[in-house]
Design a protein around this ligand. Structure first.
Ligand code: MLT
Length: 338
């Protein structure tokens, strides 16, 4: 039995029974905007969701993925889902933060230190609370989590092994204050740019570099326009699947349950994709000509500068220092002082 089938089987009986009990609702083909290309972690989540949705609904419902930002920039898709003109979107959490600031706790630099941390946080009470917040703040509900891996820095100009090496580079960042301030803490003023414009920005050399996880760098073919990678690993990228709350509320209770269960299967598929593929993809990028630097001796400087400048600045927007401390406690780390 396939991995996905095992996940679905656990919940299929309950969900199909619930669906039958409330009668047949309209069949639906959910339109999902996907920021990244084929081969990405986002696509793995989307395909996991589609397969589980079809199985759990007995073939009644399906989903169509619109890859590579075809339906607009990631931040625009949040607005479209909020007003119900788009069903779902798969996007990086940093592009949800402007609409629901408390999810920014997952983008604070050097908070999440492993895939296991990311799973613990998103699948526990903290993930549930942030999901409630996105419904109230942004009109979208998180139904699955993509675990894309640590963001690494790429650039076209030179190897970067220290904060000093970064100086002079023009780095694209998402339109996200936490990430902008993180680069400022390292002494450079980054260029905020929509994800959908980033490949062109790198190709035309409007910007020298950007950061994203290995699976994303590969799926987006950044190796065609970037030569150097630095494992700064400052954020573990989490990329939720969101559904328009308006669309969700129009579904029957049974269909809502199917959507939520399919989301759990999609989350599991995403974790499996990362565990299976990340190391292989990293090797592929080297074969494609990228040079990887690991700033082992200088990593502490990146960490110290970013955590000292950025964490306190965002306590208020994430809901108070106690929210950060709850996150740290959940992953077995010491609290910061009030
Ligand atoms: C970004 O850099 O804006 C995002 O990480 C892009 C993505 O969704 O992969």
């Amino acid at each position: 039995m396939s991995f996905l089938k095992k996940v679905c089987t656990l919940t299929a009986a309950v969900s199909v029974t619930a669906m039958l009990a409330t009668g047949a609702a309209q069949a639906k083909n959910f339109k999902i905007a996907v920021g990244d290309s084929g081969g990405s972690s986002q696509e793995a989540t989307g395909l996991g969701f589609k397969a589980a949705l079809e199985e759990l609904s007995g073939g009644k419902h399906t989903a169509t993925l619109f890859l590579n930002g075809q339906l607009g920039s990631e931040q625009d898709t949040v607005n479209d889902a909020a007003i119900g003109t788009l069903d779902m979107s798969l996007l990086a959490i940093n592009n949800v933060t402007p609409f629901s600031p408390t999810v920014g706790v997952f983008s604070l630099p050097y908070v999440i230190l492993s895939l296991e941390d990311a799973e613990t946080l998103t699948q526990g009470p903290i993930g549930a609370e942030l999901t409630e917040n996105t419904i109230n703040d942004a009109g979208v509900r998180i139904i699955a989590w993509t675990y894309t891996g640590f963001r690494v820095l790429t650039n076209s100009k030179k190897p970067v092994e220290s904060v000093a090496d970064l100086q002079g580079l023009v780095i694209r960042v998402p339109k996200n204050e936490i990430m902008i301030d993180t680069y400022k803490s390292w002494g450079i003023s980054p260029t905020p740019m929509a994800w959908s414009e980033t490949f062109a920005g790198l190709q035309t050399k409007v910007v020298d570099g950007q950061d994203n996880p290995y699976t994303t760098i590969n799926a987006m073919k950044f190796y065609e326009v970037q030569n150097y990678v630095t494992e700064i690993r400052y954020i573990f990228s989490i990329e939720p699947l969101i559904v328009s709350e308006q669309v969700f509320q129009e579904l029957s209770a049974a269909d809502q349950e199917i959507i939520l269960e399919a989301g759990k299967a999609a989350t599991a598929a995403s974790a499996q994709f990362l565990r299976d593929k990340e190391a292989e993809i990293k090797e592929l990028l080297v074969e494609k000509g990228m040079t990887i630097s690991v700033p082992e001796n200088n990593e502490q400087e990146f960490i110290d500068l970013a955590t000292a400048a950025v964490w306190p600045k965002f306590y208020e927007s994430i809901g108070g220092v106690e929210k950060l401390n709850a996150v740290l406690a959940a992953i077995g780390r010491d609290p910061v002082s009030q």
